[in-house]
Write a new protein. Structure first.
Length: 242
């Protein structure tokens, strides 16, 4: 069984299309939020994602902001500009889709949340201490998160309330043994200084995770960002992966 796990697409259609093409036929797709914000194709990205069979999708921070659910003071100047731009450009179908997204979902042995199970919209899992606390906030074996745009796995060390982290190597299918929080990284705006799109393929039967990175046409999305009048910073960072 192959489940495509994607997150933080951020309106980057060339990256999303490249990922969908490389992943090929899958049994289901799980999307961990932030379909919009920063990028120039929010409606097209939502349209692609919502048409995927057996989709589970949760609400991200930028999705909530686009819906007017977040005080824009929480964003820096350029991110705020892009939230306003996105609000001006989302069509009614896109708004309806985002409006109906849950903050947290469970499927079998897996919990899905954008930021963290404790605080799905806001919290960043960037260190082992914060990850350790969050193991108390979900009951399944695995929790999938996005939000940091960094691919990483946090492993629960049973009994001493600690975790350790690991970056699962690309191209090495890895069996998930104990309780684990996994982040597939970002499709549309990677921040680990590797500009390639990131995603995961998860097999819940064998409990195996595959980390993937994929080059796509960055210059095309940069061109669209400039054409849309979005901040140049959003284009520059895509070329460098930050
Ligand atoms: Zn994001």
């Amino acid at each position: 069984m192959r489940i495509l796990v994607i997150s933080d697409i951020h309106g980057n259609l060339p990256a999303l299309d490249a990922v969908l093409q490389e992943a090929g036929p899958v049994d289901a797709t799980w999307c961990l939020g932030d379909l919009v914000g920063y990028g120039p194709n929010p409606n097209e990205c939502i349209e692609r994602v919502r048409s995927l069979p057996n989709l589970i999708c949760v609400l991200g921070k930028h999705d909530a902001a686009a819906l007017g659910q977040i005080d824009l003071q929480a964003f820096n100047h350029e991110a705020r500009f892009s939230v306003n731009w996105t609000q001006d450009h989302l069509n009614s179908d896109s708004l309806e889709f985002l409006c109906n997204l849950p903050e947290i979902e469970e499927y079998g042995n897996v919990t899905l949340a954008h930021g963290s199970p404790r605080n799905p919209i806001w919290e960043y899992l960037l260190d082992t201490h914060t990850a350790a606390v969050n193991f108390e906030f979900f009951e399944t074996k695995i929790c999938l998160v996005g939000h940091t745009h960094l691919p990483i796995a946090y492993y629960w060390l049973n009994g001493n309330h600690k975790t350790e982290w690991k970056i699962i190597p690309v191209g090495e299918p890895t069996r998930i043994i104990g309780r684990t929080i996994l982040n597939p990284g970002s499709v549309g705006q990677p921040r680990d200084h590797d500009p390639r799109a990131a995603y995961g393929i998860y097999d819940p039967v064998e409990n195996v995770w595959e980390a993937h990175r994929l080059s796509y046409d960055v210059s095309e999305v940069q061109r669209r960002i400039y054409a849309a009048g979005l901040p140049a910073r959003h284009a520059i960072r895509l070329g460098e992966g930050w």
